[in-house]
Design a protein around this ligand. Structure first.
Ligand SMILES: [Ca+2]
Ligand SMILES: [Ca+2]
Length: 234
């Protein structure tokens, strides 16, 4: 090989090596870009999956053991609260789980509050009289993919854009009882806790009637029982 040809060969080889190095560099860059894209898609997928499978708004469906179709049951349990005849008890009912766990037991003591079971007191209201004195179940439900839940008194349908979770009758404690209570939306088809027919009282749910005066009639109706609806929105 002549001197000139040898030089040409070396130049050509250097050119080839430079090209290979450039290709290698490009490959590394492309791998990085592909990695970032794969990570982004994976995160997007995870975000969508997690928001659709676990995200949502939680509410309690009073008077029922299950949630509506499409809502996810967090747990099913027993309604409980303060005794209707005690002053100073807690106002709100609570939804107690069927599988309670316990800490330490310190024995009976006067410096404490109490939790009783809850009963329907609905003998005088034909729509729910069949569960009178029965104990009240409850279900804590996740409205999957929803952002908010609202309880609306005196309605059985939701406003536009909202979805009905359940509707029912507005209930509270008796107006003559010492214990304060809170208005609670009890399902229109109330169920009973198995074995709870005995009249043992505790936290009590009575239907709520409208009283005209400062309450405007119409649209409200004196002596009529209030309905209620629980609505959710995405
Ligand atoms: Ca009772
Ligand atoms: Ca009972």
């Amino acid at each position: 090989m002549s001197m000139r040809n040898r030089r040409c060969c070396i130049v050509y080889l250097r050119h080839i090596v430079a090209k290979i190095q450039q290709l290698k560099s490009n490959l590394v860059k492309m791998r990085f870009v592909v990695g970032v894209v794969v990570l982004f898609v994976a995160n997007l997928h995870y975000g969508m999956a997690s928001s659709s499978s676990t995200g949502g708004a939680v509410y309690t469906r009073w008077g029922r053991k299950t949630c509506r179709d499409g809502a996810k049951l967090v747990y099913s349990g027993y309604a409980g609260g303060s005794h209707y005849n005690h002053q100073g008890g807690a106002v709100e009912p609570i939804c107690l789980p069927r599988d309670p766990e316990w800490g330490h037991h310190h024995g009976m003591h006067s410096a404490r509050g109490f939790v009783y079971g809850a009963e329907y007191e609905t003998v005088s209201f034909s729509k729910t009289s069949h569960v009178h004195d029965q104990d009240v179940p409850c279900a804590v439900c996740l409205a999957v993919g929803k952002k908010s839940v609202v309880v609306i008194p005196a309605k059985k349908t939701c406003y536009k854009g909202w979805k009905k979770e359940y509707s029912g009758y507005l209930m509270s404690g008796h107006y003559t009882h010492p214990a304060a209570s809170t208005y609670t939306c009890v399902d229109e088809h109330p169920e009973a806790v198995h074995g709870g027919i005995k009249n043992e009282n505790g936290y009590l749910f009575y239907p709520v009637e409208a009283r005209c005066g400062s309450l405007k009639c119409p649209p409200f109706r004196d002596g009529w029982e209030f309905l209620c609806v629980v609505c959710s929105i995405a």
